[in-house]
Design a protein around this ligand. Structure first.
Ligand code: PMP
Length: 425
């Protein structure tokens, strides 16, 4: 039997996929290799990658520098426990992250995935207030249409409707939600959004440990871009009401929006920041929660005097080694110019989709391009149609969007735009 069909058949016997049914057959495509900005399918077709494997593979696939970093590390050690032991890859990566992150963030907690780094951030906030003798501060304030991951704490701060988790709502901690701002990235925030934030803090600050949000870009909750000015007000009001500010930079970090971290659009710094996804250049799973010296010291001088979290694969040396190589590669490149170029090309390539009947809006920020349709797209039809066009783009809901590897060429971006145009036409 053809390898392609055979793999599909075996997959369907034993595997779950993200947010997928085990019973109903969804379009599925076996990949055998990936190189640069291309994925090769088991039937020999080659696709231009518009997704960077969900924001991660910023340098493209099978990159010689990243490969070499992993190979060098694997001959030293793939993994050792991090309790009582340490190693250079973790130390160097933590030093590097501290050096490029907003200034007050000076300590790094490594974990295995974005969701877990959010759990860690939430636990840090609760433990901080516990050690400040304010143990009633356990709740979180967040924006509607946000997305922070699939574990229970993270789910509790995802949008209750678009966050895909409403099924679990009665098992989740009850958090405080306010509407996300609607003003555009470089516009002043509308006063009503600031007033809503102030009101929520005024009403709830005695119980609220932190305000957690994705800066400037709300990803999986709707691919929305919003006013950076809102973040300036958020910083000011959090300080005023003694509430910590947690920024989830898991999707936005490492230059995706045109700044190294999206909070730089607002010139503000968080108390706690989560990074993941592109951290390893998309090679493996690693995330980090960074916090300030003040929070780290408060937790460490409190009771029990240790931070209560410690995953088995904390600071995995392979992940740290490839991550170091990836971040260094990014910093050594002229990434500002690269992202500006991608932004310009995306505007051009996706722009003409705006004229289509089915399309409500086209928007681009940095290396993120979004075509929002008027109605939810039919994935059964659209996914194979996109593959037939020679591109890998994975729509969800009303959104057909791309966030390609940064090595993508103008011509490849053009092909992504044409493919979207053709399938939506
Ligand atoms: N936060 C944000 C902003 C995300 O986009 C995601 C993943 N889509 C997560 C958290 C969760 O990360 P992970 O899937 O690695 O657990």
């Amino acid at each position: 039997m053809h390898t392609f069909q055979h793999l599909l058949q075996r997959d369907r016997q034993v595997l779950w996929h993200p947010y997928a049914s085990f019973a109903t057959e969804q379009p599925l495509f076996p990949v055998v290799s990936a190189q640069g900005c291309r994925l090769r399918l088991a039937d020999g077709r080659e696709l231009i990658d518009g997704m960077a494997s969900w924001w991660c593979a910023i340098h493209g696939y099978n990159h010689p520098v990243l490969n070499e970093a992993l190979e060098a590390q694997i001959h030293k050690m793939s993994h050792v426990m991090f309790g009582g032991l340490t190693h250079e890859p973790a130390i160097e990566l933590a030093e590097l992250l501290v050096s490029i992150s907003p200034a007050p963030l000076t300590s790094v907690f490594f974990s295995d995935s974005g969701s877990v780094s959010v759990e860690v951030a939430m636990k840090m906030a609760i433990q901080y207030w516990h050690d400040r003798q304010l143990p009633e501060k356990q709740q979180f304030l967040t924006l509607r249409q946000g997305y922070h991951g699939d574990t229970f704490g993270a789910m509790s701060v995802c949008d209750p409707v678009t966050g895909m988790h409403n099924l679990f709502s009665s098992s989740l901690m009850q958090q405080v939600f306010i509407d996300a701002p609607t003003a555009k990235v470089d516009e002043d925030c509308e006063p009503s959004a600031i007033a809503a934030l102030q009101q929520a803090l005024e009403n709830g600050h005695q119980k609220i440990a932190a305000f957690i949000l994705e800066p400037v870009v709300q990803g999986a909750g709707g691919m929305r871009f919003y006013s950076a000015d809102f973040l300036r007000h958020a910083r000011r009001l959090c300080d005023e009401y003694d509430v910590l500010l947690i920024l989830d930079e898991i999707a936005t970090g490492f230059a995706r929006t045109g700044k190294l971290f999206a909070c730089e659009h607002a010139g503000i710094t968080p108390d706690i920041m989560c990074v993941g996804k592109a951290l390893t250049g998309g090679y493996m799973s690693l995330a980090a929660t960074l916090t300030t010296g003040h929070i780290a010291e408060t937790i460490s001088n409190g009771n029990p005097g240790v931070f209560m979290h410690g995953p088995t694969f904390m600071a995995n040396p392979l992940a740290c080694a490839v991550s170091l190589a990836s971040v260094r590669l990014l910093l050594a490149s002229d990434w500002q110019k690269t992202i500006q170029g991608i932004e310009k090309n995306l505007k051009q390539a996706l722009g003409r989709c705006a004229s289509l009947e089915a399309v409500a809006e086209v928007r681009v920020l940095g290396a993120i391009g979004v075509v929002e349709c008027r109605q939810a797209v039919n994935m059964q039809q659209l996914q194979p149609a996109l593959v037939d066009q020679g591109v890998w783009i994975r729509p969800f809901g009303k959104l057909v969007y791309v966030m390609p590897p940064y090595i993508i060429t103008a011509d490849e971006i053009d092909k992504l735009g044409n493919a979207i145009f053709e399938v939506l036409k």
